[in-house]
Write a protein that binds this ligand. Structure first.
Ligand SMILES: [Zn+2]
Length: 376
């Protein structure tokens, strides 16, 4: 029985007024007003204790180099993925959801790794033939082909399904604003995922892709940029449908400080910002997926920088913390175990210096990380 003492305890929803958390057997037992005089007390001092962060969208297989695709073929991929996972954990990200790897390596790691974060894995994203990230090995075609691809992942023990509804920036010849699957294929993917009790995440940049994911009943849409061929066109009707149907926006947040976007994107930043504010104003649940690994400005463990963009959307520090803990847990369907400091929950905890409920940048001031009750 370990008692962790902190100046402030944020439970995944609110600052609690409690100052001690009792942990046993890897689980949270109870919250106390303060630590007792005796017992196994670890006083962390002037820190805020909060649930370990949940990154809803990472790529452990990508090495954050200028050419992460080439990196896939370098020897030692599995060991690099293990190191990347450790980097997330050290930053206080105690759960990562991998939305695209190769050969089910992230799933293998999830089952084998004892010193890393909780890994939720979708396997290779389901994509069209030659479509976005086809090189990860997830090409599928036709309603039956898509259903079969979902079943294969479910049979392997995947924790989620990921579908590339539109093209993406990383893959030449797969335009981000265009759908790469038919409405029937998109509907079939969601139906088959839910039949197997799995959440389904849809990668979508263009408005028609986002709309198709929402209509099909996807649990989250990744990126949600509303990109067109040469601009950004946020669509309030699609946002309203997301909110009404409880489809979360997993926004691509977190870049190294000093990052300057390519000119094409830089020119779109004002309207992208406006789109974010509209999305937030629509009442859509917003969570943070770093897409870490996809390039040098997105190293693993970068979620703690994700609050910058969510602040642009209009979110308060407390809302940002909810997005990275309890709300993310719900989107990933681990809300009975993760994202809260409450009795019975996994003792995955992050302590940071300062008060992230008033300043989200305090998330970067890691003081301690606990995984299943054990200190790193
Ligand atoms: Zn991604």
């Amino acid at each position: 029985m370990l008692i962790i003492r902190a100046q402030r305890v944020f439970d995944g929803r609110e600052l609690t007024g409690k100052r001690a958390v009792v942990v046993s057997g890897g689980k949270i037992v109870e919250l106390l007003d303060d630590a007792p005089e005796s017992g196994d007390v670890r006083d962390l001092g002037d820190v805020t204790l909060l649930p370990g962060l949940i990154d809803t969208h990472v790529h452990l297989a990508f090495d954050a180099s200028p050419d992460p695709i080439a990196g896939l073929d370098r020897p030692g991929l599995y060991d690099r993925m293990r190191a990347h996972a450790r980097t997330h954990l050290a930053a206080g990200v105690t759960t990562v959801r991998d939305l695209g790897d190769r050969d089910y390596l992230a799933l293998r790691l999830a089952n084998a790794m004892t010193d890393g974060p909780e890994i939720l894995s979708a396997g290779a994203p389901i994509t069209s033939v030659g479509g976005h990230c086809w090189f990860l090995g997830g090409e599928a075609e036709g309603v039956e082909g898509v259903r079969k691809a979902v079943r294969e992942r479910a049979d392997k023990g995947a924790h989620a399904i990921k579908m590339m509804i539109t093209g993406g920036e990383m893959t030449p010849g797969s335009p981000s604003h265009l759908n790469q699957f038919t409405r029937e294929e998109i509907d079939a993917a969601a139906d088959e995922a839910h039949r197997h009790g799995l959440p389904i995440a849809g990668h979508a940049h263009g408005g028609p892709g986002i709309a198709a994911a929402v209509a099909a009943g996807f649990d989250s849409v990744e990126h949600v940029t509303f990109l067109t061929e040469d601009s950004v066109e946020p669509d309030p009707a699609i946002m309203a449908a997301m909110a009404a149907n409880g489809v979360a926006a997993s926004l691509t947040v977190g870049v190294l400080p000093g990052f300057t976007p390519p000119p094409r994107i830089a020119a779109l930043l004002p309207i992208l910002g406006e789109s974010l504010r509209m999305l937030y104003g629509s009442g859509v649940t917003i969570v943070g997926g770093s897409d870490s690994g996809i390039g040098p400005t997105k190293p693993h463990g970068i979620l703690t920088h994700g609050g910058d963009m969510l602040t642009m959307a209009g979110m308060t520090p407390v809302e940002i913390l909810r997005a990275f803990t309890s709300d993310a847990a719900r989107v990933c369907r681990v809300e009975t175990r993760k994202g809260r400091i409450a009795p019975g929950f996994d003792a995955d905890l992050l302590a940071v210096r300062g008060d992230p409920t008033s300043d989200h940048t305090a998330l970067r001031n890691t003081a301690a990380v606990f995984r299943n009750g054990a200190s790193l």
